[in-house]
Design a protein around this ligand. Structure first.
Ligand SMILES: [Zn+2]
Ligand SMILES: [Zn+2]
Length: 245
């Protein structure tokens, strides 16, 4: 298992572009979210040796600009990509994917995307009073399951609990991505971090909309098992971390 951080608000080196939103790539062929716009994402892909032609699946966590911004340019370059969306995404969004000639797959349940890679399927969430369905990506590694989240609008604990229910015999090794805790107060974030420990999550990497306060609290709670997610980071199955040149 290999996961590359293609887009986020921090980078390991100056040559990478940063911005709002996330994009991760699993095993070179399954992309999770596409950041806020195409140019920086494509530039980072080039810098990390990722070709659009090698991408087979793009999983979109939720229909927010900072997660779908790079999608259309990628579909334009590769019409063979299958796009995984939630049934509750807007009709406009779904129609646009089909207009590029790409296959659209919608699932409310856990679904296998590729060997040892799954989506949670739609989890109902809310953003500023509006319905905002979202899905997360799951990678099975030798250490356990790794969960990647976009913004976690349904609630980060709710997402983890869905994975727990569906993969009841497997342990959750790592959770990273946007936890959407920016507007939560310290006490609530501490409760959430403790809940992670109780569930048995071994490593965490809150980034994007998790917020500085959440990063600080999770770091305090997880110490060496806190993972700082930055563009250029490659996570290998044995969690050997290295920087690409
Ligand atoms: Zn976001
Ligand atoms: Zn969002």
């Amino acid at each position: 298992m290999q996961i590359k951080a293609l887009f986020d608000s921090q980078a390991l080196q100056k040559k990478f572009s940063i911005g709002w939103g996330v994009s991760f790539l699993v095993n070179g062929h399954t992309m999770f979210d596409t950041g806020e716009k195409p140019e920086p994402l494509l530039k980072n892909m080039e810098n990390m040796g990722v070709a659009v032609s090698g991408i087979r699946n793009v999983v979109i966590s939720h229909d927010h600009w900072d997660h779908t911004g790079g999608l259309w340019e990628i579909l334009k370059k590769n019409p063979a990509i299958r796009v995984y969306a939630c049934p509750g995404f807007s009709q406009n969004f779904k129609d646009k994917i089909k207009s590029f000639g790409n296959e659209l797959i919608e699932s409310a349940r856990v679904l296998k995307v590729s060997e040892n890679i799954y989506i949670t399927g739609e989890i109902p969430g809310e953003y500023e009073g509006e319905f905002m369905p979202e899905q997360a990506l799951i990678a099975r590694t030798s250490e356990g399951l790794v969960i990647m989240t976009g913004c976690a609008h349904p609630g980060i604990i709710e997402i983890i609990q869905k994975v727990e229910r569906q993969f009841s015999n497997e342990r959750i090794y790592m959770v990273f991505g946007g936890f959407h805790l920016m507007d939560h107060d310290e006490r609530l974030i501490e409760i959430i971090a403790k809940e992670f420990k109780k569930i048995g999550v071994k490593k965490v990497g809150p980034c994007h909309c998790s917020g500085k306060e959440a990063e600080r609290i999770f770091k305090k709670e997880y110490k060496n098992d806190f993972l700082s997610i930055k563009v250029g980071l490659v996570i290998l199955s044995k969690l050997l971390l290295f920087i690409l040149f």
